[in-house]
Design a protein around this ligand. Structure first.
Ligand SMILES: Cc1ncc(COP(=O)(O)O)c(C=O)c1O
Length: 404
């Protein structure tokens, strides 16, 4: 099966494939994606040529840096299909964003007896912050179970939803099961009982289009590093009227209007939620990242990623010792072996030059629901091809020979 030529050429854009690691099959993009040279160049450009801080400078260089930083905000707004730039907050990643929302929204709307809902397939970053804020506020933390096909059980979600439900948080795509969540249905259900909705888009943003305006969610977030941007940058969307009402998460420089011994008041949005000096180089690098993504044929790329996922799934399913845990074949495959531990599978893959993830995948509640303690996960991006799948399969067969 030939790889579309557009995709072969794109590999050229990644210095990784020219480095000493060029022989590796990198199948861990769901953890973090590789970076194109334009993103790396943009970050270096800041450190080499600009260097000043944002929102402070009473001099031209400071203003220039602030303009670049704010341009990235405008590009983030477009990427998420949001209406206002003030609704876009830069964080250090999805984990930071979700902690921010849990703390500030929870402080604003939760009281004793209220309920917070998440699903059984959440990453720890979208589970623990809600569990902890619910505990602090005397609210009940409840988990929507999965059905026998590992999908979010919408019937159970309906049963759990009531006037006591104040927040529903869920992922657009699970980092373990890989399929699309019924986003619209869940948001509509939450709206029907007046609950706020928080969507963890960490695994969807790298692969598909998002329109927070169409979704009508209250909050949406993703990590730059998973869409080929820099590490240490997250993008959080929040509805303006809510961001204005909820308290700030962190306090300090940039987020204040006035400070005196008795009281402080908060800056306008989005600064209210951006305390301290941010990851300026990283945020500026986001503009290069969006520009790179805009040049890609998203449909072609999604087809390519789906094809690789399906090939791997098809091959794994032939092996009766292997169980795959899958909703939809989108871009990743999680699996377990009857007798070989996921870490041993990873070690063997590594010895074949294949990088895959193994362990609880930051989703221990989901592991418990699936009845396993750990899984192996291979994840694809458009720079992967069938050779990567073949190498992984070969290493798996060798692991079986060695460990059985
Ligand atoms: C679904 C999901 N949510 C949240 C996160 C946390 O992202 P980060 O580590 O970039 O904060 C991840 C990372 O793997 C993820 O896959």
């Amino acid at each position: 099966m030939p790889i579309p030529p557009t995709i072969i050429n794109l590999k050229e854009d990644f210095p990784f494939f020219k480095s000493e690691n060029k022989k590796l099959s990198y199948l861990d993009s769901a953890a973090t994606a590789l970076k194109p040279k334009s993103v790396i160049a943009s970050i270096s450009h800041y450190y080499e040529n600009l260097g000043a801080s944002v929102h402070r400078g009473a001099y031209k260089l400071g203003d220039d840096v602030t303009s670049l930083y704010e341009k990235a905000r405008e590009e983030s707004r477009k990427f998420l299909g949001a209406k206002n730039k003030e609704e876009i907050i830069f964080t250090s990643g999805t984990t930071h964003s979700l902690n921010l929302v849990a703390s500030s929204l929870g402080e604003y709307c939760l009281k004793e007896g209220d309920e917070v809902l998440v699903t059984a397939s959440e990453h720890h970053a979208n589970f623990i912050p809600w569990q902890q804020i619910a505990k602090r506020k005397g609210a009940l933390f409840r988990v929507i179970p999965l059905d026998k096909d590992f999908r979010i059980n919408l019937e159970k979600a309906k049963e759990l939803m009531s006037s006591k439900t104040k927040i529903l948080a869920f992922s657009h795509v699970s980092n373990v099961l890989g399929g699309l969540s019924p986003v619209k249905e869940l948001i509509d259900l939450a709206k029907s009982v007046g609950a706020y909705t928080v969507v963890d888009g960490a695994q969807w943003a790298p692969h598909g289009k998002v329109s927070v305006t169409e979704l009508n969610c209250d909050f949406y977030t993703f990590s730059a590093h998973k869409i080929m941007g820099p590490t240490g940058v997250g993008v959080l969307y929040g509805k303006k009227e809510l961001l204005e009402k909820i308290p700030p998460y962190q306090t300090g420089g940039n987020m204040i209007a006035t400070v005196n011994e008795k009281e402080s008041t908060w800056n306008m949005l989005p600064n209210k939620f951006e305390a301290g000096t941010p990851n300026i180089a990283g945020v500026i690098g986001m503009t290069a990242c969006y520009e790179y993504i805009k040049k890609l044929d998203q449909e072609e790329i999604m087809k390519h990623e789906k094809k690789l996922t399906k090939i791997l799934l098809h091959e794994l399913k032939k092996n009766l010792n292997i169980t795959t845990y899958q909703q939809d074949p989108l871009s990743l495959v999680s699996f377990s072996h009857k007798t070989i531990h996921p870490h041993d599978i990873s070690f063997m893959a590594d010895s074949h030059g294949v990088c895959i993830r193994s362990g609880h995948l930051c989703a221990q509640p989901l592991m418990q629901a699936l009845g396993v303690s750990a899984l192996s996960r291979a994840s694809f991006y458009f720079y992967n091809d069938e050779t990567d799948v073949e190498r992984l399969l070969r290493s798996l067969y060798e692991a079986e020979t060695l460990f059985s």
